[in-house]
Design a protein around this ligand. Structure first.
Ligand code: SF4
Ligand code: SF4
Length: 435
């Protein structure tokens, strides 16, 4: 691949930025440009800055680095770009460059190494943290901490997150689910290997359980590879591509060895990263090919159900629901109609569309922690777009679930926030009860 100029390894790709024709179609959909009205904080502006820095006509300093890190990596610009500029890939490559260019403060480096290199890639450490969190939640320590007022020391957005964190279940889905499902009745429509992720399996293991039940109900054989680790999406977004490559190699080996026809996920951000693993290995002759094979098997749970054919639940679920398009499902994976079709297949469920369903809610990986102000503005806009007459907000990404839950909590609203597959699972459960 033709590469842009750079003093560093893993340079940003010339053949990605050179195709921008400066038409400006992307300005309309860019959340940061909409909020700030600043060309540098738009897709076109960012592409221009990255190009200039790669060609050496601009110094690679904060005038480039800040807009690169202020980007949500939401990919809304890619959906509308007539030239097919892959802004997300450019941003991720530029962040990789920035990480080797800038000097992080002692605290930043410590937190980066702790979370992105030590905790997330290690299932064992994640397990220890989940046990501590469960102890915090079930042992009254949480109540004591909340009553003491100590949480007031946290910034508002983290306080709101703490208030809506789901209960940590006794055991992670990865540890309790059998390595292989029992043979499904009748014809098996395919063998899937479930990806359980890192944070997802700490706070949302119930969604994994629902995913497995829904997959089995639809005649898919399920396996859960025990040696899998976090997908590396957070590392890619943060620019730590070296660490992400180590994690991707591990997952590629583990999942290809499982022999599954499909690698199935229920987290949009992880799915997008795993479908794009080959970009991490564009100059690696061995792993580029293996990554391509791996990515060709990756499916979101809504996508695979439509692909192999799902059964309509034989029950009624009286619920009014609106659907939020997670950026990495709608823009990065172009999955929009499959989740809506699954919701519409549930008798009694009324789907009411919200305005701008595919505009970012501000979650964006760890963006709501690193950029709380912009994240809060986008959360407010998302909440303002929710139809007032719905009881449930459904979506396909755990990060968005937490972000929207925290926003509803802050506004004293009581809508439920669920993963799409949880509604389908509930409909199948009701079906069993009436039979
Ligand atoms: S829409 Fe695409 S080609 Fe047009 S300005 Fe934006 S990035 Fe460039
Ligand atoms: S990825 Fe999202 S925030 Fe970044 S430039 Fe594109 S539209 Fe704007």
């Amino acid at each position: 691949m033709d590469q842009g100029l750079s003093l560093h390894s893993d340079p940003i790709s010339k053949d990605l930025y050179s195709v921008c024709v400066h038409c400006g179609f992307c300005l309309e959909v860019c959340p940061t440009y909409q909020q700030l009205g600043n060309e540098n904080e738009s897709p076109r502006g960012r592409v221009y800055l990255m190009k200039a820095a790669a060609e050496g006509t601009l110094p690679f300093d904060e005038s480039v680095i800040d807009p690169v890190f202020n980007c949500l990596d939401c990919r809304a610009c890619e959906t509308v770009c007539p030239s097919g500029v892959q802004v997300g890939t450019l941003i991720e490559e530029a962040r990789g460059q920035a990480l080797s260019h800038i000097k992080q403060s002692g605290l930043e480096k410590f937190l980066h190494d702790l979370f992105l290199r030590k905790i997330f890639p290690s299932p064992g450490r994640l397990q220890r943290i989940r046990k501590l969190l469960r102890f915090y939640q079930v042992s009254h320590v949480q109540q004591v901490v909340r009553r003491s007022g100590a949480l007031r020391l946290l910034p508002t957005h983290l306080r709101e997150m703490e208030a809506v964190l789901p209960s940590v279940s006794r055991a992670s889905a990865r540890s309790v689910l059998p390595k292989e499902s029992e043979q499904t009745k009748g014809v098996t429509k395919g063998r899937i290997a479930l990806f359980t992720g890192c944070v997802m399996d700490v706070f949302f293991s119930e969604i994994h359980m629902a995913t497995v039940r829904v997959a089995l109900r639809n005649h898919l054989h399920v396996s859960v590879p025990k040696d899998q680790i976090c997908c590396g999406a957070l590392q890619i977004h943060a620019g730590d591509r070296e660490q992400a490559r180590m994690m991707a190699k591990h997952n590629i080996d583990v999942f290809l060895q499982s022999g599954a026809d499909y690698i199935v996920l229920n987290a949009a951000g992880c799915g997008a990263a795993m479908k794009e693993y080959k970009e991490l290995f564009h100059d690696d002759p061995v792993y580029r090919e293996r990554a391509e094979l791996f990515s060709s098997k990756v499916r979101d749970i809504a996508e695979i159900l439509l692909e192999v054919g799902y059964e309509k639940p034989k029950s009624r679920l009286e619920r009014t629901v609106t659907y939020h398009d997670a950026c990495h499902l709608a823009h990065a994976q172009n999955i929009r109609s499959a989740p809506r079709e699954l919701l519409r297949a549930i008798d009694g469920l009324t789907l009411i569309e919200m305005n701008d369903a595919d505009r970012c809610c501000g979650s964006a990986g760890i963006y709501n922690i690193t950029h709380p102000e912009m994240a809060a503005q986008l959360r407010e806009r998302k909440l303002a777009d929710l139809p007032h007459n719905v009881e449930v907000v459904a979506m396909g990404n755990p990060g968005c679930m937490l972000q929207i839950k925290a926003g509803l909590y802050a506004q004293g609203l009581t809508m439920d926030v669920v993963h799409t597959v949880e509604l389908l699972d509930e409909a199948y459960r009701l079906e069993r009860e009436v039979q």
